[in-house]
Design a protein around this ligand. Sequence first.
Ligand code: CDP
Ligand code: MG
Length: 143
Amino acid sequence: MAIERTLAILKPDCVRKQLIGEVTSHIQKAGFKILGMKMIRLTSETAGGFYAVHRGRPFFDELIKFMSSGACVPIALEKENAVADYRKLIGATDPKDAEDGTIRKLYADNKGENIVHGSDSVDNGKIEISYFFSERELVANNS
Ligand code: CDP
Ligand code: MG
């Protein structure tokens, strides 16, 4: 299997609930290498740009309001088969449907406020990482 990169975001509910350490620990214990990590506050514009693919969907406005409601923590991750393995680790979008032991099942309140983001393909992983990190911020010196 190929080494891939994927983008995680610890969403504003994760930060508000003081779960940055706990959720990051799940990610690291699952074997992901952290290449870059920062705390930022998205605006409606930057959140809207990130989720442009969902523009026009009924949940879009609420999603943008939520994502810009507080600090969040984008994390660039690397691992063999990273995209699919990370999606498995976080579980289904709606925590009600997520498998036991997944991050969303453990910590999320509802489908909107669901603790974490994860890229859905290798190509989107690259695009999404570049939305938050420049190449020199991806310091792969922790192997
Ligand atoms: O995050 P994921 O890839 O699992 O789901 P998505 O379908 O790409 O949707 C992006 C985000 O929009 C979700 O993580 C939810 O925060 C939100 N969403 C929502 O509030 N209601 C929906 N019906 C679908 C998504
Ligand atoms: Mg998605």
